[in-house]
Design a binder for this molecule. Structure first.
Ligand SMILES: *Cc1c(COP(=O)(O)O)cnc(C)c1O
Length: 393
């Protein structure tokens, strides 16, 4: 489905670390974090050992606790919801924009209005069951934060999201795990809310193996997240003193070294991916039954993560199978989070609850995509799609 884009420079950087005794908590992580700050303009960058770990620390830093509500979307990779569940908070799902798959901001405005009003207005947005801490008297409102996802490398519509957040004192955690380098109205994705997270799994635009990074301008949040990343050690704690209940979410030195080289090549990596996306677009745009990805005007730079087409008038799963028979890997994208078994059973979600998400989930097919994909391979994939569809449509 994908392939990392690595050169001799990456291999040498990792090898150089292996020729020292410092494999964790050394100079490489500091250098990588400084480079991320320079690239994004963030005051703080914290390397972590996965994007999920980064999002989890942000949820904690945002003060989200048991029984709190966080507005997010079910059209995403499961991690964006899991990190809310880790803290026993409740994800309140909003349906998505049919063009981008990102948070529908009209839904957001209505939901915030209704949730703050309470009663039956609020119930329309809440899950059927599984709310924690109900009946507990509280001083603080339950609605704490918004967690928008920049789906497939296209930033969510952050201006209206930030307006709502500001008006109601909600934190914004931007899941930019699929969107490093993207811009929204010329502003960098991941830098628009209170916290942003980028992920570096091998299929992402740049990789460190396993890892991610948090960016924020919030000093206090950065301090607590640094402590929690490092087994709860606060500044001044010794190796075996732990002020907080923490985690081991550290990024090792080999990964940081790899990340620094990848980051120095990021603009090149993104341009190569954009070229492959253009090749796909040229070939797929004219095939009946295929809808190609839409880049909206607010997205002043798309950071291509995956290439997901939508099929209409044909059986997506049948097309998927036939492509596999021809040796072309592909994947449905996404299976909606509210229908994942553990989420559906905890909260009582059913098919039909989020129609746009479900429609996109039924029709979306990710096809092979990476910055090192040769034009001939794009030809082969597109020819196969054309042939299979010509029989089906
Ligand atoms: C990749 C990704 C993550 C984090 O993934 P990790 O594998 O934990 O690094 C989180 N959210 C979204 C939307 C992602 O695509």
């Amino acid at each position: 489905m994908s392939s990392p884009d690595l050169t001799q420079a990456e291999r040498e950087a990792v090898l150089a670390v292996l020729n020292t005794p410092n494999l964790s908590m050394g100079q490489e992580i500091l250098d990588f974090e400084r480079a991320i700050c320079e690239y994004t303009g963030a005051k703080h960058a914290l390397g972590v050992n996965s994007g999920t770990a980064g999002l989890h620390l942000c949820v904690h830093a945002a003060g989200i606790r048991e029984g709190d509500w966080v507005l997010t979307t079910p059209f995403s990779f499961v991690a964006s919801t899991n990190v809310i569940l880790f803290e026993r908070a409740t994800p309140i799902f909003l349906d998505v924009d049919p063009l981008t798959g990102n948070m529908d901001v009209t839904c957001l405005r209505e939901a915030v209005h209704d949730l703050l009003e309470g009663g039956s207005a609020a119930r329309r947005w809440l899950p059927r069951q599984g709310l924690k801490g109900d009946g507990v008297q509280r001083d603080a409102p339950r609605l704490k934060a918004i967690l928008p996802v920049d789906v497939f490398g296209q930033p969510a519509d952050l201006d209206p999201i930030l307006d709502v957040a500001q008006a109601h004192h909600l934190k914004v955690i931007e899941d930019s795990c699929e969107a490093i380098g993207a811009t929204y109205k010329q502003r960098p994705a991941g830098r628009l809310g209170d916290y942003g997270v980028f992920a570096f799994y091998p299929n992402k635009q740049m990789t460190v193996g396993e890892g991610g990074v948090i960016v924020t301008d919030d000093d206090e949040a950065a301090n607590i997240m640094r402590a929690l990343r490092n087994q709860g050690r606060a500044p001044g704690d010794t190796w075996l003193q732990h002020t907080h209940l923490g985690y081991n979410y550290r990024l090792d030195e080999m990964s940081a070294a790899l990340g620094r080289v990848q980051l120095s090549r990021l603009d090149e990596l993104l341009e190569k991916r954009a070229q492959v996306a253009r090749w796909y677009e040229e070939r797929l745009a004219e095939i009946p039954g295929v809808e190609i990805p839409v880049v909206v005007p607010e997205t002043t730079r798309m950071s291509w993560f995956v290439y997901v087409i939508r099929l209409s008038g044909v059986d997506r799963d049948q097309v998927s199978k036939e492509l596999k028979t021809r040796g072309i890997p592909n994947r449905p994208y996404f299976i909606p989070i509210h229908l994942q078994p553990y989420v559906a059973s905890q909260f009582g979600y059913r098919e039909g609850d989020y129609p746009v998400t479900e429609d996109l989930g039924r029709r979306g097919l990710a096809i092979p995509f990476s910055g090192v994909m040769p034009e001939g391979d794009v030809d082969r994939v597109c020819e196969a799609i054309r042939e299979i569809l010509s029989k089906q449509v």
